[in-house]
Design a protein around this ligand. Structure first.
Ligand SMILES: [Fe+2]
Ligand SMILES: [Fe+2]
Length: 317
């Protein structure tokens, strides 16, 4: 089978490539689908068939197909990726560790065993940190995007990638075990761990491709549709005001009322130097460098009322 289509039986696809077993469970599908086609199983499981096929074909070929991709379901892809994270973190990595401890005869057997397990733990921590960051940053962002919320775009490419250090550590782990471990070990168990690690490596590459090619592609498409929501005038205003401290807002009020630094210092019971520092920070934060522009900013952002400026200037005349 070159490429799976909706009319293929899911059973045939799995017999063609057994790695798809992992894929179907991450989509929340269970075994026991009889003679049903991919489209039928997707329909019954409530899974978007195009998205399912895209992941199936990517897993099989190891490359993102160059044919035109239909629009994929971001929700389905997001759930698939989160289930993959749970599989790696809660099932696969702890299961490899248990086997490793058993194969090497525990920590006390020899120094080498201790060092390998320590290396493995560091590797797991790196994978966990990467995936938990994606769980915390990327999926909530995509949810907000799907709900059409006004949201500041994140640099999602950076959040999703960073797989290289993980891959390097993984190949180092294999190297150490294959080339240098010569202590007492249960060889059958050690080989089984190495199989797991080789499969994990392939799985991880595929996982990253689903993230950076399929998932990211759909996120970009949605961001493009919602781009008017980003940095709307209202959002810009909220953000810039958040950046200003209460003291800085007070300084702005005084400055736009026409007070000199000495007057501002007296009014706010601070030194002239402090006023100067506040003014410098305000200019930098807002990128505003003249009193007239600051006045417009203050009125537009309701820091004070235009009447207050008029009153103040009349009094000072
Ligand atoms: Fe991930
Ligand atoms: Fe990732």
């Amino acid at each position: 089978m070159d490429k799976y289509t909706k009319d293929d039986r899911l059973y045939d696809a799995i017999c063609d490539d057994y790695r798809l077993l992992n894929v179907i469970s991450r989509f929340g599908m269970h075994l026991g689908f009889g003679e049903k086609t991919i489209e039928e199983v997707c329909g019954e499981s409530g899974i978007d068939c195009d998205t399912f096929l895209a992941v199936l074909n990517l897993t099989k070929s190891g490359v993102v197909p160059h044919w035109q991709q239909p629009k994929l379901s971001l929700r389905t892809l997001g759930e698939y990726l989160q289930n993959s994270h749970a599989y790696f973190l809660d099932f696969l990595l702890p299961s490899i560790r248990r086997k490793l401890v058993e194969a090497l005869g525990g920590f006390t057997n020899n120094d080498m065993a201790f060092l390998i397990i320590k290396f493995y733990d560091e590797f797991c921590l790196e994978v966990r940190t990467h995936m938990e960051r994606e769980n915390k940053e990327v999926f909530p962002y995509v949810d907000a995007l799907m709900q059409g919320k006004k949201i500041r775009p994140i640099t999602i490419e950076i959040s999703l990638m960073h797989r290289t250090p993980i891959e390097k550590k993984l190949s180092e782990l294999k190297n150490v075990m294959i080339k240098y471990y010569d202590g007492n070990a249960n060889d059958n168990l050690l080989n089984s761990i190495l199989y797991d690690i080789f499969l994990f490596e392939e799985d991880l590459v595929c996982h990253c491709m689903v993230e950076t090619r399929l998932f990211l592609g759909e996120i970009k498409r949605l961001e493009e549709e919602h781009k008017d929501n980003y940095f709307s005038e209202e959002l810009k205003r909220e953000e810039s005001q958040e950046l200003l401290s209460e003291r800085e807002k007070e300084v702005i009020r005084c400055v736009v009322k026409g007070m000199a630094n000495k007057e501002v210092a007296d009014r706010l019971f601070i030194s002239i130097n402090t006023v100067t520092t506040h003014r410098r920070n305000i200019a930098r934060k807002l990128d505003i460098h003249s009193t007239s522009a600051l006045t417009i900013y203050a009125i537009a952002n309701k820091l004070l009322d235009i009447e207050e400026i008029r009153d103040e200037r009349i009094v000072s005349l």
